[in-house]
Design a binder for this molecule. Structure first.
Ligand code: AMP
Length: 124
C-alpha cells in the first residue's frame, strides 16, 4: 500500500496551488503561505525525505542543491546583499509540520533572534 502524498508533493503535482518562484527537474520553490518575514520561500526537493538528516544521508548532492538554489533565489529576490536565514525545522520542538524536507529562506528585513519562544530569552 502506498503512503499518502505529502502536502508538498501535491503542490509539485499542481494538485494544490502555490506561488512557485523556481522549478527544475529535482527541486521546486514557492512562497510560504504564512510568511514569517518579508521574504519567506520554501525550497523543496521533489523526492520525499522526512527531514534534512535523512536527505543528507540518502543524497548529499541534493541537499547541496537545495542550499545553492536558496542562494540563487535570494539573489533573484534582491536579498543576497542584505542577508538571509536558511532553516530546516526537524520534529516537534522545532515545530515541523510538513514531513517532506524543505529549506526555509527568510529575509527581506532584519530578522529577530530565535531559539526560545518569544524574544530569544529563556522563559521563566
Ligand atoms: P515546517 O513548520 O518547517 O514544517 O514548515 C511548513 C511550512 O509550510 C510552514 O511555514 C507553512 O506556513 C507552510 N505551508 C503550509 N501549507 C502551505 C501551502 N499550501 N503553500 C505554501 N506554504 C505552506
Amino acid at each position: 500500500m502506498s503512503e499518502a502524498k505529502t502536502l508538498f508533493t501535491r503542490i509539485i503535482e499542481r494538485d494544490i496551488p502555490a506561488e512557485i518562484v523556481h522549478e527544475t527537474a529535482t527541486v521546486i520553490a514557492f512562497k510560504d503561505i504564512n510568511p514569517q518575514a518579508n521574504t519567506h520561500i520554501l525550497v523543496v526537493p521533489k523526492a520525499v525525505y522526512r527531514n534534512a538528516l535523512e536527505l543528507a544521508e540518502a543524497d548529499p548532492a541534493l541537499l547541496a542543491e537545495l542550499v545553492r538554489t536558496a542562494g540563487a533565489i535570494a539573489a533573484e529576490q534582491g536579498i543576497a546583499e542584505s542577508g538571509y536565514r536558511l532553516v530546516f525545522n526537524t520534529d516537534a520542538d522545532a515545530g515541523q509540520t510538513v514531513f517532506h524536507v524543505h529549506l526555509h529562506l527568510l529575509g527581506g528585513e532584519p530578522l529577530g533572534l530565535f531559539g526560545h519562544p518569544g524574544k530569544g530569552e529563556p522563559q521563566e
